[in-house]
Write a protein that binds this ligand. Sequence first.
Ligand SMILES: [Zn+2]
Length: 324
Amino acid sequence: MTRGSPFADATPAGTRFSTEGVRNEAATTVLGTDASARYPLPAMAVRIFISVDMEGIGGITTIRQTTRGTDDYEWARRIMTDEASAAVAGAADAGALEIVVSDAHGSMGNLLPQELDPRAELVQGSPKLPWSMLTGIEEGFTGCVFLGYHAGAGTASAILDHTFTGWFADILVNGQAWNETHLNAALAGTFGVPVLFVSGDDGCCAQAAERLPWVKTFSTKAGFSAMAGRSKSPKTVQEATRRMVADAVRHADRAEVWTPEGPFTVEAHLASSALGDMLSIAPGTERTGARSVSYDAPNVRTMYRMLLTWVNLGHRVGPKTPVE
Ligand SMILES: [Zn+2]
């Protein structure tokens, strides 16, 4: 890893985004009373990172709702923003003094900045580099929250299941299916940051619990199929999100930093042979079949970077995907 590159193991001191002006006055007041008795962590240190995808947001079920340019998208992005604000409020209720929200769906410019709880700062961008859904994460966050997440590619009866992009039929790490929750939890682990809370459909929550048993989950909906499901009301989801995020942040000391040990062989099953052609040009990527590639990575960050490389190469020849 090159020293000074944006992918360096630690963010260089002094480059961290200033938190001036985003202090949470209410929390400061509460914490001023008897912080040590209420919070297991030093109160001033509570910093929360929130990654927000769209497919698992309460009230969102269809591709029209998650796709920019449709008549449904505008209200869907508003309830996505409201759910993100509920998580921000929950983190603030629990005393977080710095809260960063990272927009993690599609073009990663969905959340409405003017409607997001102003106690958070917002990360957006397209392509959002270096860490895609987790861009903005760094060492020193107390914990992270994954909101509106969904089950991995190839999960039955899970609304809009996919992993990173609709044309990955499967992502396997050392032979096991890893979804976005797992990949992002492992990446967060390289920064020493534990996952505290995950929300999304039933399938997403079950998959989070499989590998991250300490994580609190909240199911926003249940899928009958990939394209149909039964969702809780956005209002109900937002209320539960605020309450559960607050609880998860208060008990952040019970969460574990997930640091699965490498090396990792990551294998992608693809929708077409054209994708196999394209992804194989990445140095070190092995073509394991007409529609599959694999890569041996020494550590999580290198694996994650190759996945991002594949996603970005594949955009040239892959089908335009309704989920991302
Ligand atoms: Zn998404």
